[in-house]
Design a protein around this ligand. Structure first.
Ligand code: NAD
Length: 417
């Protein structure tokens, strides 16, 4: 496979890898390798200077056998149809492996949001919401934040939908601000599940995360929250990076200070008493735990032989190409897969949706306790399957668990004339 794997082909390869350990016919599996439908649309908005800009936007609804389609909306220049399809498929298996009652979806706009003003981004988001309106809904398809989107965009989506539908339906999107129907604990949720998955993996390997050295690629929502929470447990975060490069301190970074520095200067570079390093240097550091928390295809076939970490917990979606994954398995590196490790975001999105449907808010402690229960139970189930089968690694075992659940829901639904 090429170094820059097509993420949709990566997803299909992961399903094929699991199929050898499943008692499921090829016809049923074929259904699980393609989206049910993909919306591809053009959005045109007026710039602040009066000119017109046109953007390609997508929403993929991959599979709804277990519940409404669920997944984020990404704003990034690299957004394309194959990426959105792959990300929507990963959502299906993510929701299934942690056993929450959702299918999978994903959307995105090919845009670099740094080049647009807040009012231009608001017009763009509302234009997307108008196109999405016939397809989304509290019971149909529920978007959420992803790369370069957050509470602000979700509030605009909800407001557009509710205005056009002449209703209140806070559960139509998740990841909203608290006063717009968001949940306590949502912002830190994905970083928290990365921390929990790392803690459980180290326990399983008879090691202690409190004694571990840790490197984290990507210092956005997921990477920075995982850094804070692992630091709280006593782990030593020795290196972190963003798209402009990384910083390294072998004796352990002051995580709070690094976060403040990035907030104040827009980058990690130049943080006091640290060495600078490239992203490839970071990914090949000799650490106990490596967390890729940026984008897909960070660890490729050419980089994998140089990876020196003992354990990788995937904060990002699809950060390891299938060819790289095979090399890491041969090298004895334990990889806790994205579909479990970063499932905290969708799990707390599910709690947000439950609270919206009940019109009743939970405390942050309740959210965090329920999240811990979901992730630890999912990790125990994954290890049980891994140890009971000949699956070569935790990823394949996770797909076995997830696919079995999706197939079971599909078969219980029976056939339709
Ligand atoms: P974000 O936009 O907040 O942060 C992304 C970070 O990655 C930024 O620090 C950016 O500078 C950095 N980055 C981008 N390209 C890089 C590169 N080539 N090398 C190093 N760093 C790079 O996004 P996020 O919400 O933290 O999402 C990160 C990943 O986690 C994505 O794969 C996303 O799909 C996944 N994810 C996010 C959530 C969530 O709740 N936010 C949930 C599940 C999965």
């Amino acid at each position: 496979m090429a170094d820059h794997a097509n993420p949709f082909e990566s997803l299909q390869a992961q399903i094929d890898d699991a199929s050898a350990y499943l008692d499921v016919g090829d016809d049923v599996l074929e259904r699980l390798k393609h989206p049910e439908r993909v919306l591809e649309t053009n959005l045109s908005i007026e710039r602040d200077d009066g000119s017109l800009d046109v953007f390609r936007a997508y929403r993929s609804q991959f599979n709804g056998d277990r519940g409404p389609y669920k997944g984020g909306i990404r704003y990034h220049p690299g957004v394309n149809r194959a990426e959105v399809k792959a990300l929507s498929g990963w959502m299906v298996y993510k929701c299934a492996v942690v056993d929450i009652p959702y299918g999978g979806g994903k959307g995105g706009i090919a845009v670099d949001p740094r080049e647009y003003s807040a009012s231009e981004l608001e017009r763009l988001t509302r234009a997307f919401a108008v196109e999405l309106r016939p397809f989304i809904g509290e019971n149909q398809d529920i978007p959420a934040p992803d790369v370069n989107t957050g509470q602000r965009e979700m509030n605009w989506l909800k407001d557009t939908y509710e205005t056009l539908e002449n209703t209140t339906a806070p559960g139509v999107v998740t990841g909203k601000a608290i006063d717009s129907g968001g949940s306590a604990g949502r912002v830190a949720a994905t970083g928290r599940s990365v921390m929990l998955a790392a803690r459980e993996a180290f326990d399983w390997l008879d090691r202690d995360l409190a004694d571990a050295t840790v490197a984290i690629q990507g210092y956005g929502n997921v990477g920075s929250q995982a850094a804070r929470l692992i630091d709280d447990l006593g782990g030593d975060i020795v290196a972190v990076s963003d798209s402009s490069g990384g910083i390294y301190d072998p004796s352990g970074l002051a995580v709070g200070g690094a976060t403040d520095h990035k907030r104040e200067t827009g980058s990690l570079a130049g943080y006091a008493n640290t060495e600078s390093l490239t992203n490839d240097d970071l990914l090949t550091l000799d650490v106990d735990l490596l967390i890729p928390a940026a984008l897909e295809n960070a660890i490729t076939e050419s980089l994998a032989p140089d990876v020196a970490a003992d354990v990788i917990v995937e904060g990002a979606n699809g950060p390891i190409t299938p060819a790289a994954d095979d090399i890491l398995t041969e090298q004895g590196v334990y990889v806790v897969p994205d579909i479990l490790a970063n499932a905290g975001g969708v799990t707390v999105s599910y709690f947000e949706w439950v609270q919206n449907r009940q019109r009743f808010s939970w405390t942050e402690d309740r959210v965090n306790d329920e999240l811990e229960r979901v992730i630890t139970e999912a990790f125990d189930g994954l290890v049980e399957t891994y140890e009971a089968t000949d699956t070569p690694n935790l990823r394949t075992a996770a797909y076995v668990v997830a696919i079995q659940r999706v197939v079971s829901a599909f078969q219980q639904g029976g056939s339709w004339p």
